[in-house]
Write a protein that binds this ligand. Sequence first.
Ligand SMILES: C[S@@+](CC[C@H](N)C(=O)[O-])C[C@H]1O[C@@H](n2cnc3c(N)ncnc32)[C@H](O)[C@@H]1O
Length: 266
Amino acid sequence: MNKEQCCTTACESSLDQNYWDIQYKTKTTGWDLGQIAPPIQNFINSLENKNSRILIPGCGNTYEAEYLLEKGFTNVTVIDIAPTLVAVLQKKFANNPNINIILGDFFDHKGKYDLIIEQTFFCALPPFLRQKYVWKMHQLLAEEGILAGLLFNRTFEVSPPFGGSQKEYELLFKDAFSFLKLEIAKNSATPRANSELFFKFKKNSTVIVQLYNFGRSFSNDYAETISGKFTALGNVLNVSMNSNFSEILIVSKTEIPEELLEQIIS
Ligand SMILES: C[S@@+](CC[C@H](N)C(=O)[O-])C[C@H]1O[C@@H](n2cnc3c(N)ncnc32)[C@H](O)[C@@H]1O
C-alpha cells in the first residue's frame, strides 16, 4: 500500500508544465475530442447572459471558448499551463476582444467568475490536488457562481486521466457547493458514452472553505485521526483529506482560526 502510494506520488509529481508542453509539442493529445463535447454544447445553449464572466481552466484547444464566442459571449477567459498550446491560441483568437488567453497555472490564477466550465481538466490533475481544486473553484466563483461540465465516472488503467465516481465527487464537493445536477451525461461523444457525468454545482456562499497544508505527509492512520478531530469541531460541515495526506479541505459555517488548526495537528 505504502509502496503504491510512493509510486503514485512520484508519477503524479511529474505532471508539470514541461509534461503538458511536451504533449502539445509531440501532438500526443489523445484527450482532444476535436469538437465541443455535446453535453457542454447543450449547456451553453441554455445560458442567457452573454456578458457572464466565464473561465475555462486547462483549456487545451478550447472548442468550448470558440463556441461561446460564436454564440456572442463577451467575457471569456481561458487558462492553460502549456506555452506551446497557448501560443497557438493567441494566434487563433488574435484581435478578438471577447477572449482573454492566459498562460499560467490555474492554482495561481486570480479573478471572479460567474461560470467556470470543466472539461477534462480535473481528471488531468494528480489526485492529491482534488481538495485544492475544490477550494480554488470556490475562491474563483462569484456569489451564486456556477461550476459545470463533465467528470469521468470510471477508472483508468493508465493515468492521466485519473478517474473517479459519483460517490467520490459527492463527498469531495459536499457543502462547498449545492448540487444542481450530477448525472450520467446523455449525449456524450461516442468514446465517452455512459462513462461521464454532467454536473452543475452552485457555489455555497454561506460557508467558509479552507485548505490547510500540513507541510508534510501523515501516515494513513494518523490522517484518519486528524480528519476525525477536524470533523468534531463545532460548525464544521465537511472535511476531506487529500490522497497523500498532506492537505485537508474544511468546509464550515465560520472560519476556523489557523492557530486552532495547528493546535489540533500538534
Ligand atoms: C487533458 S488536457 C484537456 C484539455 C482540454 N480541456 C480538452 O478537453 O481538450 C488537460 C489540460 O490541462 C492543462 N493543465 C494541466 N495542469 C494545469 C494547471 N495546473 N493549470 C493550468 N492548466 C493545466 C494541460 O496543459 C492540458 O492542456
